[in-house]
Design a protein around this ligand. Structure first.
Ligand code: ZN
Length: 334
C-alpha cells in the first residue's frame, strides 16, 4: 500500500504512485484541500519516495538514510520552505524564494531529484510568488516543487496553472475514527467524538485535548437543549456568547452534526449511524416532538450557509437564526 501511514486520499496517492512507478514525475505539484487532513504528510512521503534508496521506487521505505534525512529535513536535496510561525502574520518572504532559486540550479547531491516543499504556499508575499513564477516557468530537469495550500484561490493564477493540481478531500469519518483508535490508543466512543469535533481532520484530531473537547460539547449541548430553546432570551444570550468566543464557525459545524443526529433519531434510524451516539438520551429527549421535515430543511440551509460562507457571513446572526429555527423545529409539538 502506498504511503501506508496516511489514511484516505486514495486518488491523489494513486496518481503520485503511478508517477513514481513510470518515472513521470511533474516538475511542480499543488496539493490543495482543507487544513489538517494530511496534505503536508503526503507531500513529505512523496518526497521520501522520490529519493528513497531502497524499495521499488514507487513508495518510501521510511527507514533508509535518505528517508530518515528527509523526514528530519536534513537531506541535502530537500528544502522545506514555510512561513515563520513565530510571526503574527506568518508569510513566505521573497528572501526564502531567493534561497530556493539559488539551490535549485545545482544537481542533486545524493538523490534522484532536488525537492522543494513549499508549505502554506498561499502565504507567499506577492514578491515571493512572482519570484517563484520565474522558476516555475523554466524548472531545472532535476527539480520537483511541491506546493501545499489550504487556500489555493489565494495563490496567483499564474502560479496555480504551472502546477499539477491534486485535490485532497477530508477522509471519511469512519477512516479517521479507525486511525485515532490505532494512533491515540483510545476507545471507539472517544475516537468518534474527536473525529466529529475535528470535522474528520485527522491532523487536528490527533492532537486535540479530549477533556477540553468534551467540555466544549457539553456547553453546546446545553445551548441546544430543550430548556434553552424554550427561552428566546436564552437563545440570544447563547448565540452572543458563542460569537464572542470566536468559535462561531466551529459551533455552526457542530450544530449541523447535532441536527443531523436529531433528524436520524426522529425518524428512528439505527444508532450506529449517529455521530453523538454517546449522548443518545439527550438526543432522544430533544427529538421528542421534532418535525423531521423542518430539521431537514434547516440542515440544508446550514449547508448553504457554510458553502457560501465567505468572510462576510454574519455568524452572530446565523447562529441566532439556526437556534431559533431549531426551537421551531423541535418545540412545535411540545
Ligand atoms: Zn527509503
Amino acid at each position: 500500500m502506498p504511503f501506508h501511514d496516511v489514511i484516505g486520499h486514495e486518488r491523489p496517492k494513486t496518481i503520485l504512485q503511478s508517477a513514481l512507478r513510470h518515472d513521470r514525475i511533474a516538475h511542480a505539484y499543488l496539493f490543495h484541500g482543507d487544513e489538517g487532513i494530511g496534505k503536508q504528510l503526503i507531500a513529505l512521503r512523496f518526497a521520501q519516495a522520490i529519493n528513497c534508496e531502497s524499495g521499488d521506487g514507487s513508495d518510501a521505505c521510511g527507514a533508509c538514510r535518505s528517508c530518515t534525512q528527509t523526514e528530519a529535513r536534513t537531506h541535502p536535496d530537500f528544502l522545506l520552505v514555510q512561513p515563520d510561525p513565530e510571526l503574527a502574520n506568518p508569510q513566505i518572504k521573497i528572501e526564502q524564494v531567493r534561497e530556493l532559486e539559488q539551490q535549485i540550479v545545482y544537481h542533486p547531491l545524493v538523490g534522484r531529484k532536488k525537492i522543494f516543499l513549499i508549505d502554506d504556499a498561499d502565504r507567499m508575499t506577492l514578491g515571493a510568488a512572482n519570484a517563484l513564477l520565474k522558476t516555475l516557468e523554466e524548472p531545472p530537469e532535476h527539480s520537483v516543487l511541491l506546493l501545499v495550500s489550504g487556500r489555493p484561490s489565494a495563490l496567483p493564477a499564474t502560479v496555480r496553472s504551472r502546477c499539477q493540481a491534486l485535490r485532497f478531500a477530508p477522509p471519511a469519518r469512519t477512516q479517521v475514527e479507525a486511525a485515532l483508535i490505532l494512533k491515540r490508543e483510545i476507545p471507539p466512543a472517544e475516537a468518534r467524538l474527536l473525529a466529529a469535533a475535528s470535522q474528520s481532520r485527522l491532523g487536528a484530531a490527533l492532537t486535540m485535548d479530549l477533556a477540553a473537547t468534551r467540555a466544549a460539547l457539553d456547553e453546546l449541548c446545553a445551548a441546544s437543549s430543550p430548556q434553552t430553546l424554550r427561552s428566546v432570551t436564552a437563545i440570544l444570550t447563547a448565540a452572543e456568547a458563542f460569537h464572542k468566543s470566536d468559535r462561531g464557525p466551529e459551533v455552526l459545524d457542530w450544530l449541523a452534526q447535532w441536527i443531523r443526529d436529531l433528524l436520524l433519531v426522529s425518524i428512528g434510524a439505527d444508532q450506529d449511524h449517529l455521530i453523538h451516539a454517546d449522548r443518545l438520551p439527550l438526543l432522544k429527549n430533544a427529538a421528542r416532538g421534532a418535525q423531521a421535515d423542518q430539521l431537514a430543511g434547516l440542515l440544508d440551509d446550514i449547508d448553504q450557509l457554510q458553502r457560501s460562507a465567505g468572510r462576510n457571513l454574519n455568524l452572530h446572526m446565523a447562529l441566532e437564526n439556526v437556534l431559533l429555527r431549531l426551537r421551531e423545529a423541535t418545540l412545535s409539538a411540545g
